[in-house]
Structures are given as structure tokens and as C-alpha cells.
Design a protein around this ligand. Sequence first.
Ligand code: FE
Length: 323
Amino acid sequence: MLSLAAFSGSAWADTVTVYSARNEQLLKPLLDRYTKETGTEIKLLTANEGALLARLNAEGPSTPADVLITVDAGNLWLAAQQGQLQPLKSSILSANIPAHLRDPGNQWFGLSVRARTIVYNPQSVRPSDLSTYEDLGNPKWKGKLCLRTSKKVYNQSLIAMMINELGEAKTEAIVKSWVANLATDVFPDDTALLKAIAAGQCQVGIVNTYYLGRLLVKEPQFPVALFWANQNGSGAHVNVSGAGVTRHAKNVAGAQKLIEYLSMDAAQNFYVDEDLEFPANPKVKPNSIIKQWGPFKQNLLNVSKAGELQSAATRLMDRAGYK
Ligand code: FE
């Protein structure tokens, strides 16, 4: 009955219900376009990822959700871990999304790349002073480094990836050296941190690049510059926003088609143009605002490690005194 309906394109099979933790302003126009092109109706429920996961868990097999869309591999990993997603066999997604940006078990797929790298005040710092995340713990940055709170999943993912690459002991020493260099208390968000660098309160920091992009759109002369970290080593830390088909999806075929669409040129450009993220699909070229930051080497560690090592990262940051 289920597969028959999915085949026949009956009325209910032409509806896909999406649970999304992404900004509705970003996603809605893209989904509207999908409806226009395919005739498939999309029902969209937007909430934060914690609420969506709780809802999926509470609804169980009766959930109306076919697709889960959220940010950060840590969150996608958690959804899969809690049994809320199902594996998808898609040659389109395998071709469009590089292996390091999707779940090795194919339960979720990165759809946009979010790079977390070093930013600096170009009036007091030269790019030649900068090199790696690790080096921000060098005593030369004493009293000059600003960081966002360790409670944010972006930083938990960054540290998780460092643990995977460098081991716990080395990563803990690095995080301790960062804490020793802090100019001030940790910031609640990346935008506040960028403004503190612009104001000269600190000289260097670590942010997701689209926050700098947003400030540059409003103020092209915004006085903070971007530096691609670890380019002579394993590359800059990247994370994803992404999607998966829910375990109890009623319209699996429709859900798969939608996720495939999001991996293709038109939708990829949308992520780039509207949210200043990098395309996950390497065949798509980023737009002019982020193009100025040039191509960069991404760390090719699978982003699922961010989820697997998230609690180890949280404990490590706690031990290191990173608030
Ligand atoms: Fe963000």
C-alpha cells in the first residue's frame, strides 16, 4: 500500500512534511520553488533542533515528518543516533555530496558547508602572524584572543574534530592555552565576537564565516578580515547543514527527491546567495561576497566525527576551563 501510493503519485504521496531547524526565511522560498517545479506540496514545521528531536521521539511511528533538516553534523548525528533517520540509497546524493560531508551510513547528507576559521583585526594583525587554530594558544596572543562560549555546538564540533585528529591530551593542552590567552569573557554568539574584534577589544578569534559575510553585506568596510586556518596542514574546520529521511516517513520517495533537489545547482546557489554558506556540491561556484575569501582547503575528516566525539569534547572543554 505504501509503495503503491508512492508510485502512483496519489494526493497524499505528493505531500512531503519537513521538520526544519533552519531559519524559515531561508528555507521557505526554496521549498516554494520546489513546489512550483514539481507540484509536490511541502508542509513545513520550523522549530529549534532540540524541540524537533523531542517531537520526533514523542510522535514515534505516527509522526507526519518525512524529512528532518537541521544545522551541524553534531545534531544530524544525534538524530541518527536516536533512531530518528533511515538510510538512503541515492546515486544523485553520492555524486553531488563529497564523502566527508555525509553520514558514512547514509542516514544524513550535508547540503551546505559552514566553515569555522580564524578572523582578525587587520589594523593590528598581519596574515603572516597567523597559521593554525593551535597557534592561537601561542603566548604572543596573550590577552588578544576572543572565543564564543563552549556551550555552542559549533565549538563542540570544532574541538571534537581536533580530538579525532590530535588526540585528547594534545587538544586539551591547546584549549587550555586558548583560555590563557583570552582577552575577555567568552561571547554568546559569533556576531558579538566579530564586533569586539572590530572595536579592538580583541585581535583574533574563531567564527563561522557566514556571520562575517552578513556583517559585510550591511557594512562593506566592516574592519575584520578572514584567515583560512591550517592550510599547510589538514585544512580548515568545516561543518554542514543537512537533511535526512525520517525513520517513520510516510513518503520516502518524495522525501528522497526533495533532498536530492537540495543537492543540485539551483538549490545549492540558494544556500550560497541567501545565507552566505559554501555549497556542499563542489560543482557549484560560490557567489561574489564569499568568493573574495578565495578557495580554501577543507579538512576532509568525516563530519560525523563531530557527533561521535561531542561529549568527549564537552568534557574536555570543561576540564580546560573553557566556559
Ligand atoms: Fe549559525
